[in-house]
Design a protein. Sequence first.
Length: 277
Amino acid sequence: MKNDEIRAANRKALPKFLLFTLVCAVIGGIAGYCAARYGLDQLSGVLADAGAFFGTHIAPWLMVAVAVITPMVCIPLYRRAKALLASWDGEDEDTSSVIDGKLSAVLWASSASLVLAFFLIAATYSVGFASFDSWESAVLIFIGIAAFLAILVESILIQQKCVDAAKQMSPEKKASIYDLQFQKKWVDDCDEAEKIMIGKCAFKAYSAVNRVCAIAEIVLAICALVFGIGFLPSLAVCIIWMVNLSVYCKEAMRYAKAGNKGNPAQRKNNQKDEKGV
């Protein structure tokens, strides 16, 4: 783009950006005023009690529910994908897309259940060692731990089955899900079209994580002011945000450097070809 075009694009986008910043500042100011005016900081004790009750009496049973529901959702989808795979002739693209969609849905559901299980086990542990003061609470904690381990095993086995099915569709893929470098080897075995698709999905995820982290930071900053939750939640989000940004920028710089190194050689080869002609 030329300088005039760059300035025009900036002038066009700047008013919306300033309006968004102003709205966020107004919302933050209103939240701070309401907290000071109406004593919303007193809700911190109510929230702490609610969190303790949730972690002790609800989270373990939710993990049990997740442990039961996950295979009920994933196994039928996986079996339908396997049935289609058994009848697939290796050429029909429509059938291949349907199989990929079902396997992706199974992977999504099993991964989501695992993330939810990590949240629920953290909620269970949040009560601390005081939960062992009564037999009822101790039993609920052990139920939650058992359910968490069941979800972990279920997710691993379901994802292994899905990866094995994907390898049957694409024999060039050799990586095992139990390999510590599985993701790297899997991408290395993908063709160029699959790598482009992975890159687009990765950029979409990168952008979404940046937005979510920014929103979460604003919300947690307000909560730290109003409810006195401290800075550790914000620190956790900032670490995720920083890792996300740093890895993306580091890889972008690495690929840009590799591309610049390749350009002179390409130009030299082109010059040789022109001389040969």
